[in-house]
Design a protein around this ligand. Structure first.
Ligand code: TNX
Length: 502
């Protein structure tokens, strides 16, 4: 039996009041089952908060991330299905303590989904180590457990690769709003620090090295592997016709794999057609097409992605990619696809019928670069946007639109929100787009649909708003849209050619 000292909370001398307070347990995400019998007196709670000890143990009969939390007169006990389960039990206890005191009774809890993710794009604008740690703190508290880190794109390459130093010396220069912004990137030491910080919070970091498209920053550094682009997306692709490209990218992926202990390595694979037409006039690609009998650009893309997925497996990782990879003949060999094209439910149906491990992250409602209120002007709106309520209602409210039922969704691993950072150039803007939607995401990812209730969520959010006020988080206040005005977007110095118009 493990004993865990938690300076904040104690089990000694607990006395329960007669009656449990009305209303739901003040915790986000809402736990699955509670049986509450009373509330600790303020004095006892304060004493408990001063010098306590909690009994913690694991029991493998519980779901791995599940836990049982018992608060009795003189005792607090957490049984977790694993250390992660114990950690989540502690998160519940800490939130209770913050929000009105410890309840006596039991909480029996486990997650709906094993993949509860948030993606941060650091290529378009760089957030940096301290901000990322802050996001990981918020995620952990909300029981989110996957941090998808979009580290490379046309606007910047943000991860040091020892074998290819120009990737950061040259490729890390610039942002979406300022192509001349000084180089900003993570050293390998920074990466190790962040990965360890995440692991302490039971968060797995999923690195993404986007290929063969979205590669212009790398191509600025090493033009030898440039596969060309289009007038609006210059130098967009890696060159799939050159054998050297595979060796180059293979050595990058090997270094990346060594930095991230988690099982997944994401190789992007999105929107390749924005630049792949250039391949038709490239002699090396044409030779490849003849040699391998590839008739179309899609087939070239598939050839490239199959080889890179093999490389990912060879370095000991599970390949992950955006749902576009399914169009190139990639089959479900255990890899993960992120379904993002909300207007293509056929792709989701296909992923389900073919048995792809799928993460649901459709633009609507899970792209946090879309605005969350009609009055907002900085961020995407496409025949609608991504309000808090929609994030909360996800995914169940969409099953009808997708023509799918819960029973069809056996290979859904979970859900994820993505913050693309073209227009989030400051911490204030990141906060404004992420909160309070991150709380709704967490409840949608953790809590079973029968235990979700938007009215209860809104009540429990009151404490969250207070806490965010104390922390100085610049959230969007959906109760009073004037309260935190929308921060201005970036001034785009030299707008780079790109795919989006709004
Ligand atoms: C599409 S989603 C992209 C990103 C953009 C985003 C903006 C995806 C796999 N690719 O490159 O930043 O739209 O919403």
């Amino acid at each position: 039996m493990k004993r865990l000292l938690i300076p904040l909370i104690a089990a000694t001398a607990l006395g329960c009041s007669q009656k449990a307070p009305e209303g739901p347990l003040p915790v986000i995400p809402a736990p699955q089952e509670t049986n509450l019998t009373g509330l600790l007196s303020r004095v006892d709670a304060r004493k408990a908060l001063r010098d306590g000890e909690i009994e913690c143990k694991t029991d493998q009969a519980l779901p791995p991330e599940g836990y049982l939390l018992e608060v009795e007169r003189n005792h607090v006990r957490i049984v977790g299905g694993s250390d992660a389960g114990i950690f989540y039990g502690i998160q519940t206890l800490l939130q209770e303590a913050e929000n009105g005191g410890l309840r006596c009774g039991t909480v029996t809890d486990w997650p709906r989904y094993t993949w509860r993710g948030f993606m941060l794009d650091e290529a378009r604008h760089f957030s940096g180590k301290e901000r990322v740690k802050g996001i990981l703190d918020q995620m952990a508290r909300l029981k989110l457990n996957r941090f998808h880190w979009h580290l490379t794109d046309a606007q910047g390459w943000r991860i040091q690769i020892e074998g290819w130093p120009l990737l950061t010396e040259v490729g890390a220069v610039g942002t979406h709003s300022d192509p001349e912004a000084p180089a900003a990137f993570y050293t390998q030491e920074d990466i190790r620090e962040i990965v360890a910080y995440a692991a302490e919070r039971h968060i797995v970091v999923v690195p993404e090295i986007d290929m063969p498209g979205h590669a212009a920053a790398a191509n600025r550094a090493y033009p030898a592997f440039n596969g060309g682009g289009s007038p609006t997306q210059p130098d967009f692709t890696f060159n799939p016709g050159k054998e050297e490209t595979y060796a180059y990218l293979g050595s990058i992926l090997r270094e990346v794999a060594g930095l991230f202990p988690g099982p997944w390595l994401h190789i992007g694979g999105d929107e390749v057609n924005y630049g792949s037409e250039a391949w038709l006039s490239d002699p090396d690609v044409r030779a490849l097409m003849r040699r391998e009998r590839l008739r179309t650009l899609k087939e070239v893309e598939g050839y490239f992605l199959h080889r890179m997925a093999d490389t990912v497996r060879a370095v000991g990782k599970i390949p992950a990619g955006w749902d576009d990879v399914m169009d190139t003949g990639m089959g479900p060999a255990g890899e993960v696809v992120d379904w993002w094209r909300h207007d293509r439910p056929d792709k989701l149906r296909r992923a389900m019928s073919e048995g792809f491990n799928t993460v649901l992250c459709p633009r609507k409602p899970l792209y946090f670069d879309f605005v969350q209120d009609d009055s907002h002007t900085v961020g995407r709106k496409w025949d609608g946007f991504c309000p808090l309520e929609d994030v909360y209602a996800f995914p169940d409210a969409w099953y009808g639109t997708w023509e799918l039922k819960e029973g069809d969704m056996a290979t859904v691993l979970g859900i994820q929100a993505n913050l693309w950072s073209e227009l989030t150039h400051t911490p204030e803007r990141v906060d404004f787009m992420v909160f309070p939607r991150l709380m709704a995401l967490a409840e949608s990812a953790w809590t079973l649909p029968e235990n979700k209730d938007y009215g209860s969520f809104s009540k429990r959010m009151e404490a969250e708003y207070k806490r965010m006020d104390d922390l100085g988080i610049n959230y969007f206040d959906d109760r009073d849209v004037q309260r935190h005005p929308e921060p201005a977007g970036p001034e785009i110095k030299q707008r780079k050619p790109q795919d989006w118009k709004d």
